[in-house]
Design a protein around this ligand. Structure first.
Ligand code: ASP
Ligand code: MG
Length: 472
């Protein structure tokens, strides 16, 4: 069996939901279980409604809820038979009436508790999984709705509740597996769960990928498919470098390194439960279902490729701290880090010499205050508009003189800081923001011009119909 997860954009409207039905049908012999997100932007709207209610903005909250009521009705009506809709419509009405009551209640109390927020936000996945199930039935599939609250048992940390793996395994085996064995297609909302006492919870934004990985691992699935709206992970940003290629296979660790750089396809930590069980995770494109996507595996197969990808993160500030009295003294680094810690500011790249330390942080408003604190112990300079560029690949470990090749390719581009992480699967350096496009193009040309076809798509093939359409 396999788990197929469809994200918000893959179920954003009737056409998109119909597309997922065809994709799931095409996988019938593999005995799929389906996990769905809320329709795109619904979670944001629900959170906004809850927030508005908590601030006493009653009309604004109810207006948002009205929009969602309308959208769910329109979507359902277009997807299912008249008889099905006649039965579902009153149910949707009841649900949205309850949501209105809830919002009015929050408004009356004047406070949105994390527990209420989870309840409000759960409507997105609860109602969409209901509609998707009905639409699959209308297309001749034996779909069965699985209430995520019966399976995804979590603790009570609302907003980012921790899944209880043993419980989930137990319940998946009791409630979901029998459906699959009977030839049915279970459909479950992602992102939401409940405590053992049945109190509604959620497992963090973007949590549907996590739900899919948890379900897949509980059921010992053969594969987990994360269906989204891009062809998978790319060697670099195709908007900067048109020669970017699709990565066919990447290791979990490599994908995790890239996630920090806003490779927004998915956050690898969410698929860890699957990777730990050696279940392959595939990223696929519901707009281009024939594309093979990107496979994430625990250990990447041996390949000729030194790097898997080049990523960049802009809006980075470099903070230089210089203190002559640091010479031979101890405790100095600690006092510097303590300052950042007090301001809840996380440091990304560090390089030190005997009397100076350079650090990078995401640009934020706290920097002047941090600098003022640091000035009590050292001389401080800071400069924004920098970028971190990172080359990721497990083969770095076995490739001598790799740094020399990287810097030769960069030519005259000025490198401000360099670091090779302890994991030894990335080379990271800091440059001026403006140099990013040129740096990426040069590095891509150097390292991906003759890329290993086992690991990367052949040039041109990745520019599928959809990505070409999007580029227009
Ligand atoms: N709908 C939720 C969100 O937008 C969960 C998900 O889509 O993964 O965060
Ligand atoms: Mg997502």
């Amino acid at each position: 069996m396999i788990v197929m997860k469809f994200g918000g954009t893959s179920v954003m409207d009737p056409t998109a939901i119909d597309r997922t039905a065809q994709i799931v049908k095409g996988r019938a012999v593999r005995r799929p279980a389906v996990v769905v997100s809320a329709m795109s932007r619904v979670t944001d709207a629900l959170l906004a409604a809850g927030k508005a209610a908590g601030e006493g903005q009653r009309e604004q909250a109810l207006e948002l809820a009205r929009g969602l009521r309308q959208r769910h009705h329109t979507t359902a009506k277009e997807l299912i038979t008249a008889a099905q809709y006649a039965a579902l419509a009153p149910e949707l009405e009841r649900e949205f009436d309850t949501l209105d009551e809830l919002l009015k209640g929050i408004c009356a109390v004047g406070e949105l508790s994390p527990r209420s927020s989870d309840y409000v936000v759960s409507y997105g996945e609860r109602l969409n999984s209901r509609i998707v199930t009905e639409s699959y039935l209308a297309r001749g599939m034996r779909a069965t709705l699985v209430d995520a609250r019966r399976v995804m048992i979590t603790d009570a940390q609302h907003g980012k509740a921790i899944p209880q793996i043993d419980q989930i395994e137990h319940r998946a085996k009791n409630f979901v597996r029998p459906l699959i064995e009977d030839g049915q297609v279970p459909v479950m909302g992602g992102f939401i769960g409940a405590t053992e006492q049945g109190v509604q919870t959620t497992i963090g934004r973007g949590g549907s990928d996590f739900s899919a990985a948890l379900l897949g691992s509980a059921l010992d699935a053969e594969a987990i498919e994360i269906w989204t709206d891009v062809d998978g992970m790319m060697t670099t940003d195709p908007r900067i470098c048109p020669d970017a290629r699709r990565i066919r296979v990447i290791s979990f660790e490599e994908a995790a390194e890239l996630a920090y750089f806003g490779a927004k396809v998915l956050h690898p930590a969410t698929v860890l439960p699957a990777v730990q069980k050696n279940i392959p995770v595939l990223i696929l494109n519901s707009l281009n279902p024939r594309n093979e996507g990107t496979l994430i595996v625990g250990r990447a197969p041996k390949s000729k490729a030194t790097f898997k990808a080049i990523a960049a993160k802009k809006r980075i500030t470099i903070v230089d701290v210089v203190a002559a009295r640091m010479l031979g003294a101890h405790g100095f680094l600690k006092s510097i880090f303590d300052v950042f810690d007090r301001h809840h500011c996380s440091i990304d790249v560090v390089s030190t010499s005997e009397v100076s330390v350079s650090l990078t942080v995401d640009s934020n408003e706290a920097i002047p205050a941090i600098a003022a604190d640091l000035e009590k112990i050292a001389d401080v300079k800071y400069a924004g508009r920098n970028a971190i560029v990172c080359l990721v690949g497990e083969n770095i470990r076995e490739t001598p003189e790799i740094a020399a090749r990287v810097f030769a390719a960069l030519g005259a581009i000025n490198v401000r800081m360099i670091s090779q992480g302890a994991s030894e699967i990335n080379i990271t350096f800091v440059i001026d923001e403006e140099d990013v496009p040129e740096a990426i193009r040069r590095l891509h040309k150097e390292f991906f011009a003759e890329a290993d076809p086992e690991v990367f798509d052949t040039p041109g093939a990745s520019s599928s119909e959809t990505s070409r359409e999007r580029a227009r």
